[in-house]
Design a protein around this ligand. Structure first.
Ligand code: FAD
Length: 403
């Protein structure tokens, strides 16, 4: 594994082009909307503004193959793009359509389905949500119970999906349904696409610990979905679903954003709040911060090692992406925990302000206090979604340790 990884001259030239684009197009308003977002993803209207700008530049989905409107960039170039976006403070936009659904469509959809959906994902016209999890079927997804029964050229869908991120903004959902209750659970699942305004679809909010409305429960009551909206063969939806999950757990370019947060943490911990001694003077806190820095460095190396493997044509494998997910979430959660301690009593009143009005722009105390409470609470979910830490560890046990 080449640990002396270097980007080529061509890659560095692209980095400059990306920086130029970001300087020209990433407005202060967009960065501010991203910074003030107390949940995981900015609202749909903000996301669409950025998506349109990206699409106009030909970068609506940089990771897609050229034939579908992607860039055909190498893994190193994709990494540079993500890294520069994180450094510049690009708002975090929900990418269920471009990053999760699209790879499944490339592999399993009909030409008609591809022509219908892919251009609208690129342009930002369609906004997708992911209907996988159900009450009682999260980690054990294959046990899902939402039924789809054939009625002529349609399926009639009944059941419920939960934790559906941005279902209240989405106009479309990709949904796993049970089309055969017999036999192995994985063999009776189908993959359907439908509009959220189809009669019988009802979205109820779930307010998170952080006070946000980001996730929902979706109720499906006799929802009529044309059989033509199925991706892949009937009862073969698990294959499509698994293909898509590989993309959910991938990633890269994460360290750049975490480095900014880490540096901000070090700055606030080195100043005293209201004349008190800086927290860095506390030996125990300083030790935890140093440990965090070590973990962050390990994460950066891990990211580059994964990239080096990708560049040399190797697939990092599910074990490596699980390790990376655990390591990056641990660093993110620790940064947020220490920042909460560093801003001291300012966290709570700021969090109250943030939850009352996300974009009010008011603040009490030092700048990092503004989002400290919200970020701390919202990042707790990161060790659950996209496969919980425990589930990732099971994958490592099998794929890496061979247990
Ligand atoms: C913020 C957020 C956004 C989400 N967005 C979406 C979305 O858009 N679409 C969607 O479909 N889903 C979404 N999810 C759901 C997410 O995928 C599930 O929450 C996750 O898969 C865990 O499932 P569960 O909540 O049913 O917990 P469970 O699977 O019931 O797990 C409960 C606990 O048991 C542990 N556990 C479970 N199985 C094992 C095992 N085999 N070995 C060891 N420990 C185990 C888990 O780690 C966890 O600690 C989201 C979740 C969150 C928190």
């Amino acid at each position: 594994m080449p640990m002396n990884f270097r980007f080529s001259d061509e890659d560095e030239k692209l980095r400059e082009e990306i920086r130029e684009f970001l300087r020209a197009e990433l407005s202060a308003d967009l960065v501010e909307a991203g910074r003030r977002c107390s949940g995981m993803f900015v609202a749909r209207d903000v996301a669409q503004v950025w998506q349109r700008k990206l699409n106009q530049r030909g970068w609506g989905a940089v990771h897609w193959p050229v034939e579908y409107g992607g860039t055909g960039w190498t893994p190193a170039q994709l990494f540079i793009f993500r890294e520069e976006c994180a450094r510049a403070g690009v708002p975090s936009i929900l990418n269920q359509g471009s990053s999760l659904l699209a790879p499944a469509l490339f592999a399993y959809a009909t030409e008609e389905q591809k022509a219908m959906y892919l251009p609208k994902i690129l342009s930002g016209e369609h906004y997708w949500c992911q209907g996988y999890s159900e009450p009682g079927s999260g980690s054990d997804l294959a046990s899902l119970k939402t039924r789809a029964e054939r009625d002529g050229d349609d399926y009639i869908v009944n059941g419920t999906k939960i934790w559906t991120t941005h279902a209240h903004f989405a106009d479309h959902i990709f949904c796993l349904v049970r089309t055969n209750p017999q036999g192995k659970p994985q063999q009776g699942i189908s993959f359907l696409l439908f509009r959220m305004d189809t009669p019988g679809v009802r979205v109820e909010p779930i307010i998170t610990l952080a006070g946000d409305h980001e996730v929902n429960q979706v109720f499906l009551d006799n929802v009529r979905v044309p059989v033509a909206n199925r991706v892949g063969a009937e009862n073969q939806g698990w294959t499509v679903a698994k293909h898509l999950l590989e993309y959910e757990r991938g990633g890269g370019g994460v360290a750049a954003g975490l480095k900014i947060a880490l540096n901000e943490l070090k700055a606030v911990a080195s100043e005293g709040i209201n004349g008190q001694a800086p927290l860095m003077a506390d030996t125990l806190f300083a030790k935890r911060l140093r440990q965090l820095e070590v973990n962050f460095q390990a994460l950066e190396f891990m990211e580059l090692a994964n990239l080096a493997r990708l560049v040399s044509g190797e697939h990092p494998g599910s074990g490596a992406s699980s390790q990376f997910k655990i390591a990056s979430v641990d660093v993110e959660q620790t940064i947020n925990t220490l920042r909460l301690e560093a801003v001291d009593y300012y966290a709570v009143p700021n969090h109250t302000l943030v939850s009352l009005n996300e974009h009010a722009g008011e603040r009490i105390g030092p700048a990092p206090a503004e989002m400290a409470g919200a970020d701390y609470l919202s990042s707790r979910a990161a060790s659950i979604y996209g496969g919980s830490h425990q589930v990732q560890r099971n994958i490592i046990a099998k794929a890496v340790l061979g247990l």
